[in-house]
Design a protein around this ligand. Structure first.
Ligand SMILES: [Zn+2]
Length: 285
């Protein structure tokens, strides 16, 4: 594989698992596996296991794979993330044989619903897990020396992720750009749901930086880690909902970043709850 030229925007017309009227009688898989392409997998946790139902990303490079986030549930018994990843890696290696193939585990931010499965990887061979907490993650990416820098994570074969510190929702939030797919993985900073903003001015600066980044890199899909909206403009599902039959797609676009920037500018230094069609700005004060 080589990431020469601009990535092609493949459609993401997957029907995600979205819970059921009775969690007890849910028959969906614990983890939905969507193979976007042969080197790129998007995972979603079942809402019956944890209502957060986060999305996770597994990206394969020529020299190693990276898993971004480990879900909302610790126990492999309920949330078999390690087994799912092992199966996907084995499948990939069957088509792309090599002797040693390490796995790197990174995170979008250290909130519980993105790191709970970390322990499942503790004893995995050839695996490096970088803690999501600020001191650990910032030292790894070099953001402790320069928070405005773009860090690079090389997966081999030309797939080099670009990583940005994007605080606002969480002080240790990281956004990943994948040149192979053109995905911008924004964690809980930007997604079709309630954007809980803990630091309003910092969030505004992050949105500016993301817009600047998208102006210099071809972005196909902006992908966060949750869906909380309905298909009615500006209307979200109740918090802790375990059944979302009318979900919009996960993917957003760079245009959404511009809409967020305009809303942030309009609110100025008086942040308040502010619904846009496809997401809701939700400042914590
Ligand atoms: Zn989250």
């Amino acid at each position: 594989m080589a990431a020469a030229g601009a990535p092609i925007a493949r459609p993401l017309d997957v029907r995600w698992i979205h819970g059921s009227p009775s969690a007890k009688h849910n028959t969906d898989p614990d983890i939905q596996v969507h193979e976007y392409d042969e080197h790129t997998v998007i995972l979603r946790q079942n809402k019956a296991i944890n209502y957060e139902a986060p999305f996770l990303f597994l990206l394969f490079g020529a020299e190693r794979a990276v898993l971004i986030d480990t879900g909302a549930t610790t126990e492999a018994e309920y949330f078999p993330l390690r087994a799912t990843v092992d199966e996907l890696v084995a499948k990939w290696l069957a088509h792309n044989p090599r002797d040693d193939y390490p796995l790197l585990v990174l995170h979008t931010h250290p909130h519980r619903d993105h790191i709970a499965g970390d322990g499942q990887f503790a004893d995995r061979p050839l695996t490096t897990l970088i803690g999501a907490d600020l001191p650990t993650a910032w030292a790894y990416f070099g953001f402790d020396r320069d928070a405005e820098a773009t860090a690079r994570v090389d997966l081999g074969g030309g797939r080099v992720l670009e990583c940005l510190a994007t605080p606002g929702h969480h002080e240790a939030a990281v956004t990943y750009y994948d040149p192979w797919t053109g995905f911008l993985l924004t964690g809980d900073t930007v997604y079709p749901g309630r954007l809980y903003i803990n630091d309003w001015p910092t969030f505004g600066r992050t949105v500016e930086r993301l817009i600047e980044f998208t102006e210099n890199h071809p972005v196909t899909h902006v992908l966060g880690c949750h869906i909380e909206m309905t298909r009615d403009p500006g209307v979200d599902y109740p918090i802790r909902a375990t059944y979302q039959p009318d979900e919009p797609p996960l993917q957003l676009t760079p245009a959404h970043l511009h809409r967020i920037r305009a809303a942030v500018a309009q609110l100025g230094d008086r942040p308040r709850l502010y619904p846009l069609d496809d997401l809701i700005l939700w400042p914590n004060e």
